[in-house]
Design a protein around this ligand. Structure first.
Ligand SMILES: Cc1cc2nc3c(=O)[nH]c(=O)nc-3n(C[C@H](O)[C@H](O)[C@H](O)COP(=O)(O)O)c2cc1C
Length: 456
């Protein structure tokens, strides 16, 4: 469904009986917001999104990476959440995955400086810049062929990704050593000048998969305490190593949406049970984490859960607005359970030019503190500036027509082409709006596989 206007959208929300608050109080989005020791100059965020364009020799940011982030920074979002960066080479999801190590910390410093300079030049403000640290676990593909490291065998995911039954889950000793790799990477990120560090716990990558490792024996499986051990011990070690220098953050799955998943109930895993995810968020707050970017699902298994779309690899089992309503419900529950945690909400791009009204709605209703935009940022990196300009007009007393806040011709179409590029092993961006770079690449992959549907 392509959204036509605000009235139609409100009508559809009503017909579906959903709690999706829209608000015209856009100036809320221009307010500064505190996350631990850092102040975000506004409530708009660029979500972490892999561009798969690192230098393959050493995992450092390439010219294409710098281009992407300079465009995001020019746009004026108060928070720039840099995509998944591997802490060890074998934990990369593709050969062009960013990877931070002693040999390329200067290149990462260049990336942070580029972001800050670009933002100051265009907006006069300095965004908060977070790095997302990861091990891709089950989805590792460092040399371009799958090299999975699993927390445990999962019947559904093993079948989808053809994981051999004889593959040994990652050993406890390797997880112990991996905690230290996260600490090393966090220290390097500090040296490179990032404001904050995200110990990634989402989308069923390694750390996220451990959260539901009920049948795994040993220190990292079984009880809730054991399943969250990797996360909690890593956060403790990172905090101690950084001695308060950086903002501690996490992109966290509150709901996996699959059988036996974290935050899930029922045989199909589609029921929601937030007892464990919220308990984890509370513990992380007590450990010093002050920013959670909430999310759901796994892009390799149920992408409609995290990225409601118009066109994708399969017909989604629900209306995209139901996915958005679920996301808002989860983030609202997190805000209720841990009110002092600064929360980034997710999944707004589907609403295209009306997404600012949802962003203002979630802030007004206390469902999140910051609105994170993913695909919209690939398509329309200046979206934040246009929203902030509209806020200024409203504050001066002008009435804004919803069609004039964002330029509809620049908005994300939720068409899944960015993900399709990624899955095809290409560098990733918007083939519809950033055509000079990404359209020729997209044409190449469609030529190769013309009959394949677009995936999201
Ligand atoms: C191409 C692509 C790459 C992504 N890479 C990451 C990533 O590195 N880390 C992450 O936490 N989420 C990643 N995501 C998910 C986004 O951060 C975001 O949650 C998702 O796109 C939904 O938000 P949206 O509706 O605004 O696009 C990625 C999404 C896309 C489309």
């Amino acid at each position: 469904m392509l959204i036509q206007n605000l009235t139609d959208l409100q009508e559809t929300i009503r017909e579906l009986g959903l709690a999706v608050p829209l608000s015209g109080n856009l100036p809320l989005l221009a307010e500064p917001v505190q996350a631990g020791t850092r102040t975000l100059p506004n409530r708009l965020s660029i979500q972490p999104m892999e561009g798969c364009d690192a230098n393959p020799e050493d995992g450092s940011p390439s010219e294409m990476t710098l281009r992407r982030y300079a465009r995001f920074a020019h746009g004026g979002a108060g928070l720039i959440w840099v995509e998944a960066v591997a802490v060890v080479p074998e934990g990369r999801a593709n050969p062009r995955h960013l990877w931070i190590h002693e040999g390329n910390v200067e290149a990462f410093r260049g990336l942070v400086e580029k972001i800050r300079d670009a933002a100051r030049e265009k907006t006069g403000q300095t965004p908060v810049v977070i790095i997302q640290l990861t091990h891709a676990g089950r989805f590792s593909k460092p040399e371009g062929v799958p090299a999975p490291r699993i927390a445990y065998h999962h019947a559904t995911l093993d079948a989808v990704h053809q994981i051999p039954a004889e593959l040994e889950p990652i050993a406890d000793e390797e997880l112990d050593a991996l905690q230290d790799a996260f600490v090393r990477a966090a220290l390097l990120a500090w040296e490179a000048g990032f404001d904050g560090v995200d110990i990634k716990g989402c989308h069923r990558y390694l750390n996220s998969e451990l959260f539901s490792a009920v049948d795994r024996p040993g220190r990292y499986g079984g009880s809730f305490e054991n399943r969250t051990r990797f996360m909690r011990e890593t956060v403790d070690k990172v905090r101690e190593a950084l001695r308060g220098e950086m903002l501690l953050a996490s992109r966290l799955n509150l709901f996996d949406g699959l059988p036996g998943g974290f935050g899930c109930s029922g045989e199909d895993g589609l029921g929601i049970d937030l007892a464990e995810p919220l308990a984890l968020c509370g513990q992380l707050y007590d450990q010093g984490v002050r920013l959670i970017n909430m999310t759901m699902g796994s892009p390799y298994y149920n992408p409609h859960v995290n990225r409601p779309y118009n066109t994708g690899g399969y017909e989604p089992p629900e209306h995209p607005l139901q996915g958005i309503a679920r996301s808002l419900f989860l983030s609202g529950e997190l805000k209720k359970a841990v009110p002092n945690m600064t929360v980034v909400g997710t999944g707004f791009s589907y609403l295209s030019f009306l997404s600012p009204y949802l962003a203002a709605g979630i802030v007004e209703h206390g469902l999140a503190d910051v609105a994170g935009f993913g695909r919209q940022a690939f398509a329309y990196p200046d979206f934040a500036r246009d929203i902030l300009n509209a806020c200024m007009q409203i504050q001066k007393g002008y009435t804004m027509d919803p069609a004039d806040v964002l330029d509809r011709s620049k908005c994300c179409l939720a068409c899944g082409k960015c993900t399709e590029l990624m899955r095809a092993g290409k560098i990733t961006g918007c083939a519809v709006r950033d055509t000079e770079i990404y359209l020729p690449l997209y044409r190449e992959i469609r030529k190769r596989k013309p009959s394949q549907p677009s995936v999201s």
